[in-house]
Design a protein around this ligand. Sequence first.
Ligand SMILES: Nc1ncnc2c1ncn2[C@@H]1O[C@H](COP(=O)(O)OP(=O)(O)OP(=O)(O)O)[C@@H](O)[C@H]1O
Ligand SMILES: [Mg+2]
Length: 524
Amino acid sequence: MTTGFTKFNIAKDITNAIEEMGFEQPSPIQEKVIPVILEKVDVIGQAQTGTGKTAAFGIPLIEKTTPKNEVQAIVLTPTRELAMQVAGEIQKIAKHKRTRVLPIYGGQSIEMQIKALKRGVQIVIGTPGRVLDHLRRKTLKLDKIHTFILDEADEMLNMGFISDIEEIIGQANNDRQTLLFSATMPHEIKRLARNYMKSPRIVSATPNKVTATKVDQVYYQTFDKNKVDTLCRILDSNEIDLGIIFSRTKKGVAELTESLQARGYVTDGLHGDLTQMQRDKVMNKFRMCKIDFLIATDVAARGIDVENVTHVINYDIPQDPESYVHRIGRTGRAGRQGIAITLVTPAEMKHLRSIESEIGMPLEQGKVPTMKEVVIKRSQVWKKQIIETINKGEADDAFTPLINELLENHEPKDVLHAMMKLAFSYDGIEEEPMDFGDTGGKPGMVRFFLNVGRSANLQPKMLAEEIAKSTGISAHTVGRIDMFDKFTFFEIPKEPAPFVYESLKQTRLNGMRIFIQPAKPRNS
Ligand SMILES: Nc1ncnc2c1ncn2[C@@H]1O[C@H](COP(=O)(O)OP(=O)(O)OP(=O)(O)O)[C@@H](O)[C@H]1O
Ligand SMILES: [Mg+2]
């Protein structure tokens, strides 16, 4: 059997293994970079998330590795979970060559690792801290390696591992090949490349877009105080197989995990304050689909590859565009489709716009579903579950007296109605969107008063653009503007009005702190 990989002229043991992994054709980055790596030159490889960069360096790595019993290559990764995963993928490629691959990372018994290293391994995959620890103890030597690989190099720099990495590279022999891979390559990487690589070739398979091609990207406007509720509505109204929810801080992850668990979601949290055993347990549960959602800090943003992640949700907007690109890249991998959702508060709209401009495309705005919409969506799932339960015939005697009593005194339909209301905690009353009362606007519009006007060097068109910029709505959404010397009235449609109000309260216009309030009806 020939696969699309035989053309690389690599050992049959390897092409067989690749075939067993289910790869038929090389991905674009593999196509481009494998021949170059096989030429033994230094390479900076860049391609979108989920496009097979691991095998792109893993395949030539295994091809170059000999049966000699010494450490021949090292791969550094920013997180422990990624070290484990990359080791797993490389092990699969090496299956028929019997290359010994060992992940070494913090939080795991160092004695065990020392024993394994003594027994002899050919490829080490590790996190910088623990690798350095072994080098200092002289339980690991890198003076005979043919390849040095940095996966997610830019992230390791972000995490402040630069001096660790330099110390590790410093202990490697000079006549090695150095490879550097990531979906994002910010400028700082260049310094590292200049100092530690020999005229690296840049091989990029990134089309015009930085973000993964098959990920639909949507954002929802919300307020801080409504965030959990907004999230739950989104979770309930989307068909999510497996999702990752990102929060900014460890504390945020812990709190959100608790509040989602309390609401009945099957979920668990992953962050750096957990013990390694806890981290492994959570990751395993997630990989085996025993939880529906993984709630995580950016520790899960890079490289993690879990099949069937259909949704990534930024509960907290990521701090920078790179983090955004990598987080949402946990879905839409290996040619699959994915959805990325970002929650944005008024104060964060500007930040969202800057992410959009960095990734070179706007995000689509989603409408937070109403409770009624959520109930209608969920009721289909409920119907199925109820019928399944009826069919199983697992009636429990404990309920019988209550059921009899209720049915004797009430209509069955009323009883069911009441139970459904309770089950969904839905009483049919939607919380009203913020109501500004009569503000004297056109029907469907809210009129606002603003304490600046022409004397602040403003013009109506400019104001509309400023409003659009700081709130994220389109400038056309701004309705009638009546501008006077010292103040202005303008109208916004009812729906985005609360959001616009919350946003503008916190901005400045032409350097002036603004004061905004819903207007009074004209004739009062
Ligand atoms: N040629 C191929 N054919 C089919 N599947 C592949 C191929 N190459 C890699 N894969 C699979 O695609 C998935 C993503 O690969 P990988 O994790 O290497 O992506 P990546 O480019 O490193 O992404 P990230 O930037 O997020 O780290 C993995 O499950 C991998 O096994
Ligand atoms: Mg990767």
